[in-house]
Design a protein around this ligand. Structure first.
Ligand SMILES: [Fe+2]
Ligand SMILES: [Fe+2]
Length: 318
């Protein structure tokens, strides 16, 4: 994997930016430039999560792999900024990251130090599936521009390495080895608990408007049937089919919220709360998979599940 990571590095100028530009209607131009402006920031969030994992891992090869991912995400951020410039053809207005994103950002960065590696990885799995399977591909189809296609092809190549390692880490965090590692750690002091709880409260309070502005609203615009969005959430749910993964605290937490959401008696009270905590409208908290898909996922290794998620990205019907 490390060899692949080193070999897979590329530069923005490897893309021929002089290819003819697709012209968008004025309203679409405003939206697409805004999406790319926000996307640059999200790529940097992903970079921050990988940097945190790099800092903490004691495996020197993994540390090097994560360092290449940090570089990849910064390159994606700069590619997004350059695409924003490319589509800002009429200079209709000034663009800046969405206010909800800017409110979320410092809270997100603050919580990183309190997150366990396992939870940091759960966030990155969710982010990469949403950004990768869902949002990027939908925007790329929507704008239908030769430079955008070339950039996305290169970004996707990087992201397939990221997803493979993300899933590998999910596997590790559901292993007895990780349990033993956790058991060796000193218990947190009440003060640490309190400051972690406070940092989490800040994230939860600002996550929903951020996710709506940056993922859900753009997705609804560029993929009105929301097929790809459901696909990404389904991939996350299917990770819970693996017994080792299902037993971990983060999965149990997500499952409990989904249970409260689905059960008629608790829906009225807890449904909205569940949406608020998970940060997505309830549509995505329902079960999105069939019984066969669940059984199939349960029988797959994490590597196979990663391949499966990536195959959905490349081969899924438009
Ligand atoms: Fe990325
Ligand atoms: Fe990534």
């Amino acid at each position: 994997m490390l060899a692949r990571c080193i070999e897979g590095q590329w530069r923005l100028d490897d893309v021929d930016w002089s290819q003819p530009k697709a012209t968008l209607p004025a309203q679409s131009e405003r939206e697409i430039v805004q999406y790319f402006t926000d996307m640059a920031q999200i790529e940097r969030f992903a970079g921050a999560l990988f940097e945190e994992q790099r800092r903490r891992t004691r495996d020197p090869v993994l540390a090097k792999i994560f360092a290449t991912f940090v570089a990849d995400e910064e390159r994606h951020a700069r590619a997004a900024e350059r695409l924003a410039e490319r589509f800002d053809q009429r200079q209709l207005r000034a663009y800046a990251p969405s206010p909800s994103l800017l409110r979320f950002k410092p809270r997100f960065l603050r919580v990183l130090a309190h997150l366990s590696e396992e939870i940091a990885n759960a966030y990155i799995v969710a982010g990469e599936l949403l950004l990768d399977i869902a949002l990027l591909r939908s925007i790329d189809d929507y704008v239908d521009d030769p430079v955008c296609h070339d950039v996305m092809k290169l970004i996707n190549r990087d992201e397939s390495r990221h997803v493979a390692v993300d899933y590998h880490m999910v596997d590790y965090y559901s292993s007895p080895e990780w349990q033993r590692e956790l058991a060796k750690r000193p218990a947190r002091s009440p003060r640490e608990h309190a400051s972690a709880a406070l940092a989490f409260a800040g994230v939860l309070a600002t996550a929903r408007p951020f996710i709506v502005d940056v993922f859900i609203e753009p997705m609804t615009r560029v993929d009105p049937t929301r097929r790809r969005m459901r696909e990404a959430f389904k991939r996350m749910q299917l990770l819970g089919a693996k017994p080792g993964v299902a037993a971990r605290p983060f999965s149990r937490f997500l499952r409990a919220l989904r249970f409260l959401y689905r059960t008629r008696a608790t829906h009225a009270v807890f449904g909205r709360l569940a949406e608020r905590i998970v940060g997505v409208p309830g549509e995505y908290l329902r079960d999105l998979y069939t019984a066969e898909e669940w059984d199939r996922a349960a029988g797959m290794t994490l590597d196979q599940l990663a391949d499966d998620a990536l195959a959905a990205k490349y081969d899924g019907p438009a």
